[in-house]
Design a protein around this ligand. Structure first.
Ligand code: C2O
Length: 550
């Protein structure tokens, strides 16, 4: 197995002790005027939020198995149940917390600043762009799934997953296409959701003109790289920490969130509002949202497995992050990130200390995923064939490219930004690589939040101080989905500029391109959509949390 060899656990990193607090649930009685782009879409819930909050009673069902959407298609009995459950959800009174629209509004509330964090009057609760992205969405799906099961009185019900990491699952799932079905949503890009069109995981509002088999190969390679590049350090895959009250942090989503954004963009309408899937405020109105996120959740499960089921962040500010949902008994409940962790983690020093307090019960949410092949985990030819390889340096048009210096730079779609970046150390030994991963960091990324932004990053070895014409190997992307807010007059859509950060693990990539002995690298940033300014490009060595056995 290409990514295999992750045997025993070793080398616990003693991360810095930070004086902060986990993200806590907001006061639901204070919902601000969060808005979706269309003016009639106020997503605050109609109920007061003054209900009593209980601890969640985790389900005691048999293990329920989520299945791939393209395979449940012909299971008439299952499809009837699924559609009936969604139909009933749509027919509930508009102000019922289980109502279809209210379920969708939850997503809008937690990304469009409906609630401020406890004890603050201006720090919104935001469930994207950080390490709470995966746990929050896992719970969100879990409750949605349990409510659907309850509505049809079926304790074994599961939602399907959009199996976009395999060839047969890479088209828009047919089960959502029937206009007469409650699973249908008219607000989609009709060019993509029909006719077996292949999803493009690097989509940025221009059509990929490559052949289907080439797009499939590119998708599988992107998924493979995402895992391989971030296997030794969870934040590269899952996102950076966010702690209570923090205002000025540079948000960094992990590469899994980046991949997931492409499906949002590709499914949503191509017009200015990108409804429904292409804008966070409206995304969950399309039933395919939950099916897509079910696969995102599955990717997390696979990542965890590949890392020996190690808990990703031994940090109470992650483990104790707490969320509120209405459960399948119509009760408002609070749940902690740590409570969903499905397996016992034994401390590698063998002192049998269970690091996580609340996760002693395996598979506490009582669901799993049908085992299907993982074509991206095998051997695929992902390396770009550089046209330049056979040429002598005299034949190449080499260009002098400078260092980044300090002035922020606006990316220009027709003229990619290319910079020379020094590496902290070259020719590192295997042991050094296991202890520290080389990470390419792009900081002070500013985007306009009312539009989606994407740039792709490539890495190449320079010829001395000169860069060749080839951008080199694809290292990863920055994607920020539109996140519109309404101004005071109800029409204004100018989003504030917010800073972000991109971190890409490049240790395996440099091995792949034989760059071990390069002192410097040429980094190329290609703007694909939106407007983006970046404030710096550097390479750092970060302590791994799992040995990099790649
Ligand atoms: Cu909350 Cu796919 O996003």
């Amino acid at each position: 197995m290409l990514l295999g060899g992750l045997g025993g656990l070793y080398g616990v990193t003693a991360g810095p002790k930070v004086l902060a607090e986990p993200i806590m649930p907001p006061d639901l009685s204070k919902c601000h005027d969060a808005n979706a782009p269309a003016l009639d879409n106020h997503c605050c819930p109609p109920y007061s939020g003054s209900e009593k909050i209980l601890e969640y009673d985790f389900p005691a069902t048999p293990l329920r198995v989520r299945r791939p959407a393209h395979l449940v298609k012909d299971d008439q009995e299952y499809m009837d149940k699924y559609k009936e459950a969604v139909r009933r959800m749509k027919n509930l009174p508009a102000d019922h917390p289980w109502n279809y629209k209210q379920q969708a509004n939850i997503h809008c509330q937690y990304c469009n600043d409906a609630y401020y964090q406890q004890n603050t009057d201006d720090v919104p609760v935001q469930v994207h762009f950080s390490w709470i992205f995966l746990p929050w969405h896992r719970y969100y799906l879990h409750f949605y799934e349990r409510i659907l099961g309850k509505l049809i009185d079926d304790d074994t019900f599961t939602i399907p997953f959009w199996n976009w990491d395999t060839k047969d699952g890479m088209t828009f799932p047919a089960i959502f296409q029937d206009a007469a079905s409650p699973l249908y949503d008219p607000k989609r890009d009709q060019r993509h959701v029909k006719d077996g069109k292949i999803l493009d995981l690097k989509y940025a509002y221009t059509e990929n003109t490559a052949s289907d088999s080439e797009i499939i190969r590119e998708n599988l390679c992107f998924i493979q790289k995402t895992f391989k590049h971030s296997l030794s350090l969870a934040e590269l895959f899952m996102g950076d920490p966010v702690r209570a009250g923090e205002k000025e942090i540079q948000e960094a989503n992990g590469q899994l969130e980046v991949i997931h954004n492409a499906a949002h963009m590709w499914v949503g309408e191509p017009d200015r509002y990108k409804e429904n899937m292409g804008d966070f405020s409206t995304a969950a109105r399309d039933s395919v949202f939950f099916c897509h996120h079910s696969n995102v959740d599955r990717m997390w499960d696979i990542y965890r497995n590949l890392r020996g089921n190690r808990v990703e962040f031994e940090d109470n500010d992650w483990l104790d992050s707490t969320f509120l949902f209405h459960d399948e008994n119509e009760q408002l409940v609070k749940v902690k990130a740590s409570q969903m962790l499905s397996r016992i983690y034994t401390h590698p020093c063998k002192c049998n200390r269970n690091v996580i307090r609340d996760c002693l019960n395996p598979t506490k949410l009582r669901y799993t995923f049908e085992q299907v092949p993982l074509p991206w985990l095998g051997k695929i030819n992902c390396q770009k064939t550089a046209e330049t390889k056979s040429k002598s340096t005299a034949e190449l048009s080499l260009k002098r490219v400078g260092e980044f210096a300090t002035t922020p730079k606006a990316l220009d779609a027709s003229n990619p930004l290319r910079v020379i970046v020094a590496r902290p150390k070259k020719n590192r030994k295997k042991k050094e690589k296991q202890e520290k991963v080389e990470v390419l960091q792009i900081k002070d990324i500013k985007v306009t939040t009312n539009e989606t932004a994407r740039f792709d990053v490539y890495v190449a070895v320079p010829y001395g101080d000169l860069a060749g014409p080839d951008y080199g190997e694809f290292a990863g992307s920055f994607v920020r989905l539109a996140h519109r807010k309404k101004g005071s007059d109800g029409t204004q859509e100018q989003g504030p500029k917010k800073k972000g950060k991109l971190k890409l693990g490049i240790t395996p990539l440099l091995e792949d391109i034989d760059a071990e002995d390069a002192d410097k690298l040429v980094v190329t940033l290609v703007l694909r959509t939106g407007s983006v300014t970046v404030g710096g490009v550097s390479i750092k060595l970060l302590q791994t949390d799992t040995p990099a056995v790649i």
